[in-house]
Design a protein around this ligand. Structure first.
Ligand SMILES: C[S@@+](CC[C@H](N)C(=O)[O-])C[C@H]1O[C@@H](n2cnc3c(N)ncnc32)[C@H](O)[C@@H]1O
Length: 216
């Protein structure tokens, strides 16, 4: 882990968790749930899910998963995640915690899951280094993220709105090239899909990636 830990997400933006708890299920109904199901289909063994939110991925963990440690710093979302874990098909423990300091030993985890989180952390490189630390050799990062547009004009618009958007939306950066960051961190991307997804009615489609990266 490098750098300073973020403050508790609840102290920074007390309303973000409540807003996301309302908006997230609407995204799920429009297709995000299907993306999440595909995200975790290959999960197995010991799993760490970072920034688990209200537990939207929990219903989709397959039987090959022996246990999930789900970290969520926002207190509102964490309480919802605890409730979601109770009816999940895999054993899930929800804890307060940041992706920059995972409570797991080096090379002890089969799979790290990141669903719409690498847009929101302060330094994706620090989070990816921490994921690599806890993954076993051959372990996998499963990621579902919205990312910087491939269109120059749209990407420039994302750059423009990022400072304000980030303050309103829990630190979210719409202009991050997360797939490139994953490669730069030293993981090998073995599957990557890129697609547009309009998260709410009337919103423009945002570029998303869904993929698998492996630690050598
Ligand atoms: C857009 S929400 C996504 C939540 C959930 N993963 C999902 O797919 O619905 C971003 C999440 O990242 C969490 N988060 C933000 N910064 C974090 C950090 N440094 N470490 C762990 N989680 C963080 C937020 O509290 C929030 O739950």
């Amino acid at each position: 882990m490098s750098g300073q830990l973020p403050m508790d997400a609840g102290e920074h933006a007390p309303s973000f968790g409540r807003s996301y708890a309302r908006v997230g299920p609407r995204m799920d109904a429009r297709g995000a749930a299907a993306h999440r199901r595909r995200l975790v289909a290959a999960a197995h063994g010991a799993v760490v899910e970072i920034g688990a939110g209200y537990g939207a991925t929990f219903p989709f963990y397959p039987p090959a998963v022996s246990g999930v440690l789900a970290l969520e710093p926002d207190p509102t979302l964490r309480a919802l995640a605890v409730a979601a874990a109770a009816s999940a098909p895999a054993p899930i423990t929800v804890r307060n915690g940041f992706a920059e300091a995972l409570p797991a030993a080096d090379a002890s985890v089969d799979v790290v899951v990141s669903s719409l989180v690498l847009c929101s952390v302060a330094e994706p490189s620090a989070v990816l280094a921490e994921a690599i630390r806890v993954l076993k050799p051959g372990g996998r990062l499963l990621f579902y993220e919205h990312v910087r547009s491939a269109h120059r004009v749209l990407a420039a618009a994302e750059d423009l709105i990022t400072p304000l958007w980030s303050r309103l939306a829990g630190g979210c950066h719409p202009n991050r090239d997360t797939a490139a960051s994953i490669v730069e961190a030293g993981l090998a991307v073995e599957a990557l899909e890129r697609f547009g997804f309009a998260v709410l009615p009337g919103n423009p489609p945002l570029a998303h990636v869904l993929g698998v990266a492996v630690k050598a």
